[in-house]
Design a protein around this ligand. Structure first.
Ligand code: SAM
Length: 260
């Protein structure tokens, strides 16, 4: 049983709701996961996939491991993964990356794509990965870092609404946190950009996959009406439009961690 904070319950609920159509719309997440898979440089016996979502990437991880345990905070994602991917080499667990109900030193690799930005600060999640890995094991990770959604944050600020996007940790802070946990780190950062015709489509692309929980307190912020959203779109266009489309940057930290 997960002891989830109200914030984590909200995150889990929104991803759970998105589970049945996530794979149809999460294209940039798929591309980032493929770039994360490319970091894997050896075959494992038991691999952990943290924040596995619908399990589509856990299934692909079977090319790199004898068995994969997919772990996710959202019960709806785990239910979907279980119902969709049928292999005796795959198993599923509804659990929090920051409090894994797993024995220490039981995995010889870990993978996570586009999930750990929800763990802030990231130290606890790194500590858990370190704890469950055997010595000499590796973790292959990608997560959103500072610079992500910068255009959207600028546009909110330009219309006087202040910050309405999530805070992302800087790539350097993420790397330092991994080192402080005792990992050797190979790292890089890379931008992925999606393009949208309208602000409605852009905001919808975040909401559709269930990633629209704002992790800071939003008690003083009202939902914008259509007029407000069009003002947001205007500000976005003025500062960022490319070929009349609205770009949205996903700035990604890629990490290959080794437990010595
Ligand atoms: C953007 S999806 C990525 C899913 C999958 N890794 C992929 O690449 O398609 C993020 C996933 O992280 C999960 N998640 C968020 N916070 C988590 C936490 N603290 N522990 C475990 N999973 C978490 C969400 O429930 C969601 O399924």
């Amino acid at each position: 049983m997960i002891q989830a904070s109200p914030l984590k319950e909200r995150i889990a609920e929104r991803f759970s709701r998105a589970a049945s159509f996530y794979d149809k719309v999460a294209d940039v997440q798929y591309d980032i996961a493929q770039a994360t898979l490319a970091l894997i440089d050896k075959h494992s016996r038991k691999m952990l996939d943290i924040g596995c979502g619908t399990g589509r990437i856990s299934q692909q991880l079977l090319s790199h491991a004898d068995s994969v345990l997919g772990v996710d905070l959202s019960p709806g994602m785990i239910k979907f993964a279980e119902a969709t991917h049928n292999s005796s080499r795959l198993s599923w667990l509804n659990a929090d990356a920051e409090d894994l109900p797993l024995e220490e030193q039981t995995f010889d690799s870990a993978f996570s794509s586009m999930a750990l930005q929800w763990c802030q600060p990231i130290d606890k999640a790194f500590g858990e990965i370190h704890r469950v890995l055997q010595p000499e094991s590796e973790a292959y990770l990608s997560l959103m870092c500072k610079g992500s959604f910068a255009e959207l944050e600028n546009a909110w600020t330009a219309i006087g609404e202040g910050k309405r996007t999530n805070d992302f940790q800087s790539h350097n802070n993420i790397v330092d946190a991994a080192k402080a946990c005792g990992f050797d780190v190979v790292d890089k950062t890379q931008s992925f950009v999606t393009y949208h015709d309208t602000i409605f489509e852009l905001l919808g692309s975040i909401k559709a996959i269930g990633a629209n929980t704002v992790t800071r307190s939003q008690s003083d912020k009202k939902m914008l009406d259509r007029k407000g959203l069009l003002a947001l779109e205007n500000a976005y266009r003025q500062n960022h439009a490319r070929d009349e489309r609205l770009p949205l940057t996903y700035q990604i930290s890629f990490l290959q961690l080794k437990k010595s």
